[in-house]
Design a binder for this molecule. Structure first.
Ligand code: FES
Ligand SMILES: [Fe+2]
Length: 430
């Protein structure tokens, strides 16, 4: 059997979404979350919560940088955002606050919490989270921070019947309740019910687990999938779910890459419409039918489909026919569906010049036993990722050079990138 397309999370396709649904105004309730969660150290919700004049100055500086990009200018005439968007620490803080602490964010896949007692942990910005399924099968997400003296509570992923803090062994149920506070004899004015883990809003859409860090008050019920789909994917949700982005595939493995570049450099690379492919992925370019791309734009999602050239007709694994589908979900999640494969790329901001990209691979269950096929596909994917890492790190170094401020767009291929920048502007300027 042949690989239908390279199992590459690729971008070699892209598009230009055109509009965006309105967002709720931001400032909401975060200050009180900070005060509940950790009164001495706000969780990087800097703009909404704090306080000091220097942080105000920093915020002001970041907002000034936001307006150095003008989304009103058509792509043919537009300048790209200035390099400060990719290098400035205050801009990075603003971005974490206004882009990642709002709306649904992909954080994992549903198989990670398939059964009661399954859990996984992660971090987005300064928010440490744990997602789990309790004794009754209900899904929860919490800040992964002990209410005693703030230790991270749980690490990695796996199965647990409760969370025992590694520091002084305060113990929490998977429903977040504090079930044991050790050696607190003599404590006064302490209500164990007020010291459960602080919940986060969690949902599942298809094969993915999403968190929303926006709201202080978390509804007890899990939001229904249609609502979540509409909120996260807008009008693209039905298309994605009917074109093979669903829960039927079987999880294969995860690959993680730490890259010395701003998270947006990786997204931009994905969104350049295959522009770099013939020059930077020479091995890959010959296998792609660049002329066959079709692009569909949605509010915050762009989907491109293209013909694969390696389909073997006798092996009809491809539920998309001969097409592959590549979706970018603002701000940092890519879904690539090709032949029997799906892979997702989650781009996590770690600092102004550092990000981590998490690749999760899923495969048609009928092929899971074919180790040679899987290995070959993953190796091909890895090779392209390494080529992209070199590109992204080189761009970051250039962005930090005094020689560069703004660039230009190639209008016919870089529309999705321009749209991405416009969406960022919209979030950041609110
Ligand atoms: S910090 Fe968790 S028990 Fe002390
Ligand atoms: Fe690439």
């Amino acid at each position: 059997m042949a690989m239908l397309l390279k199992p590459i999370s690729h971008h070699h396709f892209s598009l230009a979404p055109k509009f965006k649904e309105p967002r709720n105004p931001f400032p909401s309730s975060r200050p009180s979350l900070n005060s509940i969660f950790n009164s001495s150290k706000p969780i990087n919700h800097s703009l909404s919560s704090s306080s000091s004049s220097s942080s105000c100055d920093t915020s002001h500086q970041a907002l000034t940088l936001v307006h150095e990009f003008n989304p009103q200018i058509p792509i043919q005439e537009a300048l790209t955002p200035p390099s400060s968007w990719y290098t400035d620490p205050s801009f990075f803080s603003l971005e974490v606050d206004r882009v990642f602490y709002r709306g649904w964010q992909a954080v994992g896949y549903a198989e990670q919490i398939k059964e009661p007692h399954d859990f996984f942990t992660g971090r987005l910005g300064n928010v440490e989270y744990v997602v789990c399924r309790d004794d009754n099968g209900k899904i929860h997400a919490f800040h992964n921070v002990c209410r005693h003296h703030a230790s991270i509570l749980s690490f990695g992923s796996g199965k647990k019947s409760c969370f025992v803090c590694p520091y002084h062994a305060w113990t929490y149920g998977l429903d977040g309740a504090l079930i044991k506070a050790t050696r607190i004899t003599g404590i006064k004015n302490f209500d164990v019910h007020e010291f459960g883990l602080i919940p986060l809003k969690v949902a599942i859409w298809g094969p993915f687990v999403l968190l929303n860090l926006e709201k202080e008050i978390v509804p007890q019920e899990e939001p229904d999938s249609n609502t979540v789909g509409n909120e996260w994917l807008g009008s693209s949700s039905e298309i994605l779910s009917t074109k093979g982005v669903d829960s039927s595939l079987s999880y294969v493995c995860r690959r993680e890459y730490t890259i010395e570049c701003n998270w947006k450099v990786f997204c931009d690379n994905y969104l350049d419409g295959g522009y770099h492919v013939p020059y930077a992925h020479k091995g890959l370019a010959s296998g792609l039918k660049l002329e066959s791309y079709s692009t569909t734009m949605f509010e915050k999602v762009s989907i491109q489909r293209c013909d694969g050239d390696q389909v073997e007709s006798e092996e009809d694994f491809d539920r998309l026919g001969s097409k592959a589908l590549y979706a970018f979900i603002y701000p940092n999640f890519m879904i690539n569906r090709y032949g029997p494969w799906m892979d997702t790329n989650l781009v996590l901001p770690l600092g102004p010049r550092k990000c981590q990209v998490v690749f999760d691979y899923f495969l048609d269950a009928s092929l899971k036993a074919d180790k040679a096929f899987i290995e070959r596909s993953l190796q091909d994917s890895e090779r392209v990722q390494m080529e992209d890492i070199v590109l992204c790190e080189a761009v970051q170094r250039g962005l930090e050079s005094p020689a560069y401020c703004c660039g230009r767009y190639a209008p016919t291929v870089e529309k999705a990138m321009h749209h991405f920048h416009c969406l960022l502007y919209e979030d950041l300027s609110k």
